[in-house]
Design a protein around this ligand. Sequence first.
Ligand code: ADP
Ligand code: TPW
Length: 566
Amino acid sequence: MTDGFHLVLDALKLNGISTIYGLPGIPITDLTRMAQAEGLRVISFRHEQNAGNAAAIAGFMNGKPGICLTVSAPGFLNGLTALANATTNCWPMILISGSSEREIVDLQQGDYEEMDQLAIAKPLCKAAFRVLHAEDIGVGIARAIRAAVSGRPGGVYLDLPARLFAQTMDAAEGKNSLIEVVDPAPRQIPAPDAIQRAVDLLKNAKKPLILLGKGAAYARAENEIRTLVEKSGIPYLPMSMAKGILPDNHDQSAAAARSYVLPEADVVLLIGARLNWLLSHGKGKTWGGKDAKSWGGQRFIQMDISPTEMDSNVRIDAPVVGDIGSCVSALLAAMGNSWGKPSAEWLGAIAERKTKNIAKMAETLAKDPSPMNFHSALNVVRDIVKANPDAMLVNEGANALDFTRSIVDMYKPRKRLDVGTWGVMGIGMGFAVAAAVESGQPVIAIEGDSAFGFSGMEVETICRYNLPVCVVIFNNNGVYRGTDKNLSGGSDVAPTVFVKDSRYEKLMEAFGGVGVYATTPAELRKGMEEAIRSRKPTLINAIIDETAGTESGRITSLNPAAALKK
Ligand code: ADP
Ligand code: TPW
């Protein structure tokens, strides 16, 4: 005989899933024990949101669903933020939660941790399923996997009521009921006429630009993209998590001339990037429009697996629907050797801005103020990442995020993991754990002090599994900075201000890791080098000038009060 517990685990294993991120309790404690016994790796967290974030980013890194396992109602809800975030970012993840007895939940009779979890999950994820009978476990898991990874990837909720686990069935029948999913994320080949439209636009472009998004990183299409970029000679801009698809020091990167190329480009090829708020919705002043809402005159080609993404913000003249690898390959085949290089005038103007901006940045980075500021600290991080291009970089905060993104070059794809489409705080330690577990590489987490607080307790998890994670907290005594004043003049500090000179490094020491208190770039460098060399869990409390940050980092203008000030 077999039972629900084992059928769930066997179905996961059959589909190549080897790690579960979760937090035990009724009704899934035994499932976590049995999972370990069956050879799965179970990474047990201190809060489900962090386990969920770990599963989500494992999905991004591997292109197969990361699994988060939680208890019912409150545990499920704690995991749900991560599930919604995974869906928003188009990352495949499956949140599996135990749930209470259906009959009692549906009559609202007050069961232990009673909640109609399936109904609550549905609007927040790509698909949601419940399995009531042991013989359906195979189908339930197959459907969850397909829903998570096919087409536009996303989060899937799988509801497993407590009673399911103890159901038994004949072992051979059970085995036969499981499904090994064949081709879970089928390639989607773009239509030839769609490619032709893209070719026509590109051939007539005077100032073409390629924009790479994290969908392109997810699609593992770096080889095709490199060929496209280099054969076409077209300058490109990487979105945050697309950094490293091509190395950031590539000649054709226009990142250092972003504010010049966006308004100037005439044809823009979007590859796995949405025209959402992060790209000013494809219009307005960023794009050369005359006011906040007007079109800048660009013609867009968009490569994306989701047909309904097209025209979501501005007109897409050449929609190319398919997986990125297939789309880029088809474009390359259609162009053959007929690429003419973009005009010397366009490339020259970009090069000129790049050179100027890079020189300006080098000057800023070379300064050594006391206390440290974001630049002098990031100058160190930049060197360390350059020397360790295989290391994973996790990044959250406001200023800590924006400055790291623009200063720290990435050299390989899918190494930079950050706050993504929502700009959500709290991904830090969950991402760091998964980054270490999934890659085996050292992890550097650059964290604002506020951002770190959302998941800080997972430093115990990092120590427990002895993960090679180096957390660097840019400590400027608060959210954005530490200098706000209470407008009432009362004795409470302002809402953005924390305890001054907090000793975050002692948190890591509390669990046996290494704590470093760094007030100079040299101390920061030494701490990071040692962390990478030793692979010991390390937390560096990097003291940053508390006046250094700006409100909301680069997105100050999104604060409603900014409109009042205009
Ligand atoms: P960024 O934030 O980097 O700009 P987005 O998350 O906005 O990127 O966009 C990613 C896009 O990539 C989504 O529209 C998604 O549908 C698309 N996408 C994800 N995976 C693939 C894939 N394998 N092939 C094609 N498009 C994909
Ligand atoms: C779940 C709002 C955006 S950035 C940030 C908050 C609270 C922290 C900024 O301070 P930090 O970084 O981390 O110290 P720095 O370098 O600027 O000093 N809750 C969630 N998500 C978001 N985005 C917020 C709140 C926010």
